[in-house]
Design a protein around this ligand. Structure first.
Ligand code: SF4
Length: 608
């Protein structure tokens, strides 16, 4: 071992030093010496320039404590990010499967600030809101007296995950980072992979993502979609202010109760003869099939929905109020949330006299299925990385082709079943809910402006929905809610310029949502809404004139026919009109004519 100070030698030769017995030894070769001096000099220069390298601590996904079956009874699963209606039903669905669960409140501005404080900078707006919301929730629990360890032991958070390509792929890491930074590093985050399909169960998992789980969640989301839609259709026209919300709340409690008590179908508890299969080798298939058939033919949920319909049917509405219809599109979370995350936009629009058409989660589910079909078509059955067989191996080509067609068929069947279930709920709730828009139609409309294979966020849907609702006369105005920092929405904005130059009549307004700037956003919406209101008034006036009746005559007739005041009365959509009031006066006038109601002498009444 060298003990003496090195003797400074020429650069070409090695540096020498003396060992403990006084012998000269080589310490560094000239190469090593050059490297050493270079490094020292680089360090000196970097220090002078203030750019010296600091030790980097990359974020690594922590090895999480598992959430096991045994912990279910004393662990609460947290979830959130949807409307309170969807969340109430998801809550019931999870409870019916035996889980303890709780939804986190709708994110507010404080959540946004916490998301900024504890998360990464440069994220998109929904990340700040949702991540901060979880931090806020666990901090509130701590403020109520629970210790950090108790919170981490008794709660887990369940959320959707994906591998991108937009910032959605970073959500999981963001949750974990913010939890770590706020002192809850042991808190567990459970992921449901969007692309994971129906089999994400793990043997001892506390949360079993199996068929029962997916069916229960899908029912909750679908019912949430349609009941939400129905309430937004009725509220602007209610005669007694606040009645729709009251009926909605009562209905949600009824549905929550029914769904919570609904147990998954099992072969062993089945009342049919299929029970005999329970102890045979066909038990697995029979159980699977039974659950599926129970879902598509079972009537218990439909019965509850029909009761809800009866309650909604009692709300008196005035359809002669001419209101602009505003279709909401944009990024998934921004167009769904009902709070500070989108400037409370839906309530604002209603306050300003509009009827809002909200976007269902069902469209997103259909979009995901549609994209998988597109991918199979594009890949033509070839697996990623696999070498294609030579052209002369027709047998192999045929095999690949058949396998691809089988996969496509499976997804298409799933899509058809999903839509059938969705439509059953629409019918049970009175048939006034909007049906899901066909994905092929959306692709056809959107693709010329936004490549339908460009995934991320809403992909081509933002552009396609704008064209669909404007061009087909389903909305007077389209409002796209686009989060600050959202990559796919920014791309859509570019494409929307081309769309607007081709469809000159459309009223389209993109609004960037953030944790601040409500006043500015609301004032921009007011301006666009002014235009939509003018369009609505003209349309209503023209419809009234064409009907040959006055508004007073129409109203007097409605008074004598109370069924016309029920939200469940179906008014045919008038040709080349958008608004409900215009269609309504046309329809009532036709009924009056058919019944031979004489035309009034007094022609002074004007459109409202
Ligand atoms: S779609 Fe936009 S807002 Fe939503 S996660 Fe992706 S980047 Fe963020």
């Amino acid at each position: 071992m060298s003990t003496a100070a090195p003797v400074q030698g020429p650069l070409q030769g090695p540096i020498q030093g003396m060992n403990g017995t006084g012998e000269l030894i080589n310490i560094l070769s000239s190469e090593e010496l050059i490297r050493k001096r270079l490094a020292e000099e680089r360090l000196r220069l970097e220090r002078e320039a203030g750019i010296e390298k600091r030790e980097i601590h990359h974020f690594h996904k922590p090895i999480e404590r598992p959430f096991t079956k045994l912990q279910r009874d004393h662990t609460t699963i947290l979830f959130g990010g949807l409307t309170w209606k969807h969340e109430r039903l998801v809550h019931a669905a999870l409870e019916s499967l035996g889980y303890k669960c709780e939804s986190v409140p709708v994110p507010n501005k404080k959540a946004f600030q916490l998301g900024k404080e504890y998360g990464n900078n440069g994220q998109c707006n929904p990340t700040y809101f949702t991540v901060g919301n979880l931090v806020q929730f666990v901090q509130d629990l701590e403020a109520k007296g629970l210790t950090k360890d108790e919170i981490c032991d008794r709660y887990v958070f369940f959320t959707a995950g994906a591998c991108g390509p937009c910032r959605f792929g970073m959500y999981e890491a963001e949750y974990r980072l913010a939890l770590r930074n706020s002192g809850f590093e042991k808190f567990r985050v459970l992921l449901f992979q969007q692309s994971g399909g129906l089999n994400q169960a793990e043997a001892e998992a506390g949360l079993e993502m199996n068929m029962d789980f997916f069916l229960a969640i899908l029912n909750a989301l679908n019912i949430g979609d349609i009941i939400n839609d129905v309430a937004y259709q009725i509220r602007p026209y209610e005669v007694n202010a606040g009645e729709t919300d009251r009926v909605l709340e009562e209905s949600m409690e009824l549905l929550h109760d029914v769904m919570r008590r609904r147990k998954p179908w099992t072969l062993s508890e089945s009342k049919s003869r299929a029970k005999l299969l329970a102890k045979t080798r066909f038990a697995g298939t029979a159980e699977y099939l039974g659950k599926f058939l129970n879902q598509i033919f079972g009537d218990d949920l439909m019965t509850a929905l029909r009761q809800v319909r009866e309650r909604f049917a009692t709300i008196a509405i005035d359809r002669t109020r001419a209101k602009p219809i505003v279709k909401i599109t944009g990024e998934f979370w921004a167009q769904t949330t009902e709070g500070d995350g989108n400037f409370n936009m839906f309530r604002f629009l209603e306050k300003e006299g509009a009827q809002v058409v909200v976007e269902p989660i069902g469209t997103w589910i259909c979009y995901l299925m549609h994209q998988v079909v597109q991918k199979y078509h594009d890949q033509k059955g070839l697996d990623e990385g696999a070498a294609p067989p030579p052209a002369w191996r027709l047998d192999k080509h045929l095999k690949i082709n058949l396998a691809m067609r089988k996969k496509i068929l499976q997804i298409k069947i799933a899509e058809a079943i999903f839509k059938r279930e969705y439509n059953r709920i629409i019918e049970a709730l009175g048939g006034i809910g909007h049906h899901l828009v066909d994905q092929y139609e959306l692709q056809r409309l959107g693709h010329p402006y936004y490549n339908s294979r460009a995934a991320g966020g809403e992909g081509h849907l933002e552009v396609a929905k704008n064209i669909y609702y404007s061009h087909k006369g389903l909305a007077h105005m389209v409002l796209a809610l686009k989060p600050f920092g959202c990559m796919p929405s920014t791309q859509s904005d570019g494409a929307q310029s081309a769309v607007m130059s081709h469809y000159k009549d459309m009223i389209f307004l993109p609004i960037e949502t953030s944790g601040e700037g409500d006043v500015n956003a609301h004032s921009r919406v007011q301006m666009a809404l002014g235009e939509a209101k003018a369009k609505t008034k003209l349309e209503f006036k023209a419809a009234l004139e064409a009907s040959g009746r006055t508004l007073d005559e129409i109203r007097a007739y409605v008074e004598q026919h109370p069924e016309l005041k029920s939200p469940m009365y179906k008014v045919p959509h008038g040709k080349s009109v958008i608004g409900g009031a215009a269609s309504f006066v046309r329809h009532v006038a036709e009924r009056m004519k058919a019944e031979g109601v004489p035309v009034s002498e007094n022609r002074t009444s004007v459109a409202a």
